[in-house]
Structure formats: structure tokens, C-alpha cells
Design a protein around this ligand. Structure first.
Ligand code: GA4
Length: 328
């Protein structure tokens, strides 16, 4: 087992009122690029509005998710266990992490989607179609955002980041997280007394995540100073979350924000759908020359996405895996 430092955020319990940046993609390109870069540097997360993804594409996949999680336990288990792909219940990853949730983790390759959908839906073609359309739409959005990032950073090759997630061999994944509503009417119930962690704190390993949830709250991010702040749910919009790979590519100019999900809703269940945009397994992750100088020396050794993924699955959810690749 490799030694990794304990996450700073685990010590922080406080919260304060801060607004997550909102980027309107319909505004002037120079304004948008500047806003995105600032948000990536200061927060590692922002909300995109006027994103152009038709509501029908999102709602169709949401309906498939709701249908699946509404099935009896025994039926859902036919799509599991998650190793790591498939249906998971309370177990996260392969090293004993637990959470108050159910999930579906799917590789975005169309062949994998078609294969998996057989155990997810009674009408697999409908699930396959909804998932593929959604994946295409969020991949486009992620690529658009990554091109704006490159432009905002004055990188001559505007496709340097998006190329990685658009590659046919891309290792991108799609995830549904379902946090059942808790019953707090019983004063002796666990839910009544303590905060339930739906999905523990971590940073996403990939380049970037596009997250969409229903209108039930739960997601929180950790600020630089250790404060946790809630991310207000907005079913019509998307949140972009910076992952570890983009942090490395920018030599730590961007932060890969640590986040977690609480599962405390007594109103309704929370369901989120995440697209994690990743390079192919052989794709190299190394600080780009633009971000390395005598004043800002290279902070990481080059590694492949495959190596980083392996490190992710051999560590615990909350570990700071990037330390394993850090030079200083
Ligand atoms: C966090 C981000 C994505 O959900 C995920 C997760 C993955 C899993 O659930 O299988 C991991 C987690 C995530 C990071 C550390 C490892 C791997 C669980 C875990 C303990 C799909 C991913 O790529 O990394």
C-alpha cells in the first residue's frame, strides 16, 4: 500500500455563503474565456448556462435512471456488482469505501453501453439510445468548455485538451448516483441525528466532469481555506468540475476541487448524472510547456491516464493521489 497524505478538508466542518461562478456561454467569447479561467483557478467548479443541450436529451436519460432505481433490489442487482462498472450499492471503488447511495457506473464506449443496457432496462434499446445521445451532448459541451479554457490560457493549440476526450479510445465514463430520501420522522433514527455522507470527499481523477442533478441538494465543495459550501441544485443547467488530470496539465494553475455529497434529503431522493471526460488509457498527462518556467518549475512527472487510473483504484476515495506523481 502506498503512502498518501490525508486530505486537508477532512478537518474542516464549517460552512459559509459563497456563490459558485456562473458562466453564460452565449456571452462574448473573450468574456467567457476570461470567466472560465478565473473560475478554474479560484474554485475548480462553475455552472454553465445557455449550454445548448436540449432538455429532452437530459430528461430522457433522467427518466431511464429513475425507472432503474425504482426497481426492486433483486432486479437492480442483476446489473451489479460494480467492479468497477455496473450497479453499486453503498460500496464505492475496490478498497472498502462506503456511501449512502446506489449508483450505475458505465463506460461511455457505445458497445459497452449497449451491452450493459441489457441488465439495466427491459427495453435496452431505449436506454442505449438515451445514454448515447446524452453522452454525445455532454461530450460536445465538455469539448467546447475545454477549447474555451485553452483559448483563455492563450495556448496556440486550441484543441490540446478536448482532443483527449474526443479520441475514440477515450476512457470517459458515465455515472448515475442515487441518494434515497431519508426518513427522519423517527427521532431515534440515525438520519435525525447525524449528517449522512452519500459520497465521501474526493477530487475527480479525470480531465473534467459535467454534472447534472435533479432539484435535491447534497453536493458540497471544499474551498481553499477548508470551508465547505453547498452547490445549489439546478436541473436545467450543468456544473463543470475540474479534475486532477487538468490540474496536472496546467501545472497546478487550476485546482481540482474536492467535493462530497450529503444524503440528508427528507423531501425526495437526489439523483445526479455525471460525465467524466478522460483521455485514452495510453494518453500522457504532463504539465504543458506553457506552464513550466524557472519561476514555476514542473510539479509532476509525466504519466499515462492508465497509470493514474490504476493509482486511483489502489487508493482510498479521499486520498490525495496526485502526491504519488509529484516531483516537489
Ligand atoms: C471518483 C470519480 C468517479 O465517480 C469515479 C470514481 C471511482 C469509482 O467509484 O469507481 C473511484 C473514485 C472516482 C476515485 C478513487 C477510486 C476510484 C472510487 C475509488 C475509491 C468513477 C472515478 O473515476 O474516480
Amino acid at each position: 500500500m502506498v503512502a498518501v497524505s490525508s486530505p486537508a478538508c477532512m478537518r474542516a466542518k464549517k460552512t459559509k455563503a459563497v456563490r459558485i461562478p456562473v458562466v453564460d456561454l452565449s456571452l462574448d467569447r473573450s468574456v467567457v474565456t476570461e470567466q472560465i479561467v478565473k473560475a478554474c483557478e479560484e474554485y475548480g467548479i462553475f455552472k454553465v448556462i445557455n449550454h445548448g443541450i436540449p432538455w429532452e436529451v437530459t430528461s430522457r436519460l433522467e427518466a431511464e435512471g429513475v425507472r432503474f432505481f425504482g426497481k426492486p433490489a433483486g432486479v437492480k442487482q442483476r446489473a451489479g456488482p460494480a467492479t468497477p462498472f455496473g450497479y453499486g450499492l453503498k460500496n464505492i471503488g475496490l478498497n472498502g469505501d462506503k456511501g449512502e447511495l446506489e449508483y450505475l457506473l458505465l463506460h461511455t464506449n457505445p458497445f459497452s453501453i449497449a451491452e450493459r443496457s441489457k441488465s439495466i432496462s427491459n427495453e435496452p434499446q431505449n436506454f442505449t439510445c438515451a445514454a448515447n445521445d446524452y453522452i454525445e451532448a455532454v461530450k460536445e459541451l465538455a469539448s467546447q468548455v475545454l477549447n474555451l479554457v485553452a483559448e483563455g490560457l492563450w495556448i496556440p493549440d486550441k484543441h490540446v485538451f478536448s482532443r483527449q476526450i474526443r479520441d475514440v479510445q477515450s476512457d470517459s465514463v458515465l455515472r448515475f448516483n442515487y441518494y434515497p430520501a431519508v426518513n427522519n420522522r423517527d427521532p431515534s433514527s440515525k438520519a435525525c441525528k447525524e449528517v449522512q455522507i452519500g459520497f465521501g470527499e474526493h477530487s475527480d481523477p479525470q480531465i473534467l466532469t459535467v454534472l447534472r442533478s435533479n432539484d435535491i441538494a447534497g453536493l458540497e465543495i471544499c474551498l481553499h481555506d477548508g470551508f465547505w459550501i453547498p452547490v445549489p441544485p439546478d436541473p436545467t443547467q450543468f456544473y463543470v468540475i475540474i479534475g486532477d488530470a487538468l490540474r496536472v496539465l496546467t501545472n497546478d494553475r487550476f485546482v481540482s476541487v474536492r467535493h462530497r455529497a450529503l444524503a440528508n434529503s427528507t423531501r425526495n431522493s437526489r439523483m445526479s448524472m455525471m460525465y467524466f471526460g478522460a483521455p485514452p488509457l495510453t494518453g500522457t498527462i504532463s504539465p504543458l510547456p506553457q506552464f513550466v518556467s524557472p519561476q514555476k518549475p514542473r510539479l509532476y512527472r509525466p504519466f499515462t491516464w492508465g497509470e493514474y487510473k490504476k493509482a486511483a483504484y489502489s487508493t482510498r476515495l479521499g486520498d490525495c493521489r496526485l502526491d504519488l506523481f509529484r516531483l516537489r
